[in-house]
Design a protein around this ligand. Structure first.
Ligand code: PEP
Length: 253
């Protein structure tokens, strides 16, 4: 089943870039966008926090939206180095990635922490992209569906709806490795995520589910055509304007 909304093509720059890079990238994407008569996708850029303002200025009124890569669950307070969701809203973001496997791995963020962050994002009026995904060991043990199901159940705030949450399935073994999941694997997991969402979210059949993990221009069309794939979360290839835009153009409209 496909959601009625356009596919979301999100770029996660991770800890990469400079102000000059951000300006060049954003301007290149805006130019490519302006050459098209119809745009069948939504484009989201998630730069490192210090680059949000330059990206915001460079994308202007192009329709490209901006997201943070993480936030703290609290609104404010003594949390040195952290950023509150309300601050990302104030900076011009519409979305925030939470629960990326690099955060789960590097900082031990468990589902309850991810859920609290996602709730803070919603409270700030933004939309969380809640990342889930199994490790290679879990996949080889045949536990992928079970692990991802538990992550979805544990990481999505109560009361979420299709307009307030997005799920991103990112198998950990496919992130930054050049090894993407097969369309069969993606279909299986996205179908199981849809089933869980239909149980725990009021309009779960319409929640966007993105795939992430070594999405490139040459595999994007196949991945984006899989049932229940409603967009892509792109890491490495989002650092190259031509590659990122080619991925977006591969999205079925
Ligand atoms: C990511 O970090 O979210 C990601 C999907 O990375 P890559 O596209 O480089 O695998």
């Amino acid at each position: 089943m496909k959601t009625p909304t356009r596919p979301l093509i999100a770029g996660n720059w991770k800890m990469n870039g400079s102000r000059a890079f951000a300006k060049d990238m954003a301007e290149a994407l805006v130019n490519r966008l302006s050459e098209r008569e119809e745009v069948g996708f939504e484009m989201l850029l998630c730069p490192p926090a210090p680059l949000i303002d330059v990206v915001r200025e460079s994308v202007g009124a192009s329709g490209i939206v901006i997201g943070g890569q993480d936030c703290h669950a609290a609104k404010q307070g003594a949390h040195t180095g952290d950023i509150a969701a309300v601050m990302l809203a104030d900076a011009g973001c519409n979305y925030v990635i939470v629960g990326h496997s690099e955060r789960r791995g590097d900082y031990g963020e468990v589902d309850a922490v991810v859920r609290d962050k996602a709730a803070a994002v919603q409270m700030a009026g933004l939309i969380p992209l809640v990342c889930v995904g199994e490790t290679v060991e879990q996949r080889e043990a045949g536990e992928a569906v079970e692990i991802v199901t538990k992550q979805v159940e544990g990481s999505i705030p109560n009361g979420s709806s299709a307009s307030t949450v997005i799920v991103a399935y990112e198998p950990v073994w496919a992130i930054g490795t050049g090894r993407s999941a097969t369309v069969k694997d993606i279909a299986e997991i996205h179908n199981s995520i849809r089933t869980v969402l239909s149980k725990i979210v009021v309009d779960g059949e319409s929640v966007r589910i993105l795939y992430g993990g070594s999405v490139k221009p040459d595999n994007a069309a196949a991945i984006l055509s899989v049932d229940n794939v409603n967009g892509a979360l792109v890491g490495g290839a989002s650092l190259n304007a031509h590659e990122f835009f080619s991925i977006a153009e591969a999205a079925p409209s």
